[in-house]
Design a binder for this molecule. Structure first.
Ligand code: NAD
Length: 368
């Protein structure tokens, strides 16, 4: 199968997406920051959390479900921990504020725990692990999507969890090591990409209400022809948790940590069954390695990573990678070559821009 791909230079895409968010109601600096974080997801290869989200975020802004120009409210605070409320601000604004709050506390006290609730979609969680790692901190992040149940638990067919990502970031002198994944077989955004003609999701990533396994995006979105903004309340089925009972258990714990402990709430039940506003909750733990008295943590971590990489490959010529390596390589390649987007994705972003009175930039004709 071939797909129509439009490759957009990074600076063109950054400027265009920043213009869209500015036209939608952000101050110029906030619009640029939202664009920068979305592009960061594309650069690392996670197109599911990149600029493809633009139409949906703008729609949420227009519906008042997410707001420009917000900041954190501190709900409870001690020197080492806090609950903070994102006031339904854009996740690319609220995320950095919450992470920087945790970083400052961990640098002062050796460790910190920050529970964030009521944030707009915080996108690729690896961004937040990287932000802490470049400050020399280990961080662990457990995330849920309040009001956003999409994933069936192990042994079930009904939506009970959101896609609940987990991220662990570790600093080393040669750059951060970042593990960052959804606890569903694939992130919802990967079904979104597939629904736009992009890479198909694996068979069994989705389940129909009668228990039939499938890879069909319509299980999540219903009929999708001709619509630019996908609506997961239109599908009758669910995503599936990865790793059978183990991944399902991790997703469950994300709900307890990011939903119940932060006070933001779990992904379901959704009142009246009608999906409305969704928000991310995130419980983040920051650890300063030096404060534990162990010396040489960063070097020991890197030495061990090299030992793991030196494993003989199971398949001739296929290198053993450590967490974060695919993202680092993608970033280098895409910075040089531009961001490949499905033609449908580019068309949807352009339609959103035109709806705001903007003229899309000229880009090369799509290639098959
Ligand atoms: P994925 O399945 O691509 O897994 C990514 C992780 O696996 C990374 O740590 C990567 O370095 C590692 N990895 C990939 N290939 C590897 C290899 N060959 N060897 C070793 N490690 C390898 O990711 P995903 O589950 O599709 O998640 C995509 C993104 O979606 C993540 O950035 C996640 O944070 C984000 N997400 C966000 C939300 C939200 O609500 N904000 C919800 C779900 C997912």
């Amino acid at each position: 199968m071939t797909y129509q791909i439009t490759t957009v230079p990074v600076d063109v895409l950054q400027g265009f997406v920043a213009d869209i968010f500015t036209a939608a109601g952000c101050a110029r600096a906030e619009g640029a920051q939202v664009a920068q974080h979305l592009l960061s997801a594309n650069l690392t290869g996670h197109d599911s959390h990149g600029v493809i989200r633009t139409p949906r975020y703008v729609q949420w802004m227009q519906e008042g479900k997410v707001r420009a120009g917000q900041t954190l409210t501190i709900v409870t605070e001690t020197p080492t921990h806090a609950i903070v409320d994102g006031n339904y601000g854009l996740g690319q604004t609220i995320g950095p504020l919450a992470v920087d709050f945790g970083i400052a506390k961990a640098k002062a006290a050796g460790l910190s725990v920050i529970g964030l609730r009521h944030s707009g979609h915080v996108g690729r969680i690896g961004d937040w692990g990287e932000r802490a790692a470049v400050e020399g901190l280990i961080s662990l992040h457990f995330v849920n999507v309040q009001g956003g149940e999409l994933v069936a638990p192990y042994g079930g067919v009904d939506r009970r969890f959101s896609t609940n990502p987990v991220c662990i970031g570790v600093p080393t002198q040669q750059g951060p090591i970042i593990l960052d994944f959804a606890t569903s077989v694939v992130a919802e955004g990967k079904v979104l990409v597939a629904s736009n003609g992009g890479k198909p999701v694996p068979f069994g990533a989705l389940i129909e209400p009668d228990g039939t396994l499938t890879a069909d995006p319509r299980t999540l979105y219903g009929e999708i022809e001709g619509t630019h903004v996908r609506d997961s309340s239109q599908g009758a089925g669910a995503l599936r948790a990865f790793g059978e009972h183990k991944g399902s258990g991790l997703a469950f714990m994300c709900e307890l940590l990011a939903g119940c402990l932060t006070g933001g709430g779990t992904s379901g039940p959704i009142p009246g069954g009608k999906r409305g506003r969704i928000a991310n909750g995130m419980l983040s733990i920051y650890l300063s390695p030096g404060s534990f008295g162990t010396t040489g943590f960063e070097q020991a971590a890197r030495d061990y990573a090299n030992y793991v990489k030196a494993s003989r490959p199971a398949e001739q010529g296929v290198e053993v990678l450590i967490p974060g390596e695919p993202e680092t390589r993608n970033r280098a390649e895409r910075l040089a070559k531009g961001i490949p987007l499905q033609a449908e994705t580019w068309a949807a972003i352009c339609a959103t821009a035109q709806g705001l009175g903007l003229t899309p930039p000229a880009v090369p004709t799509p290639n098959a």
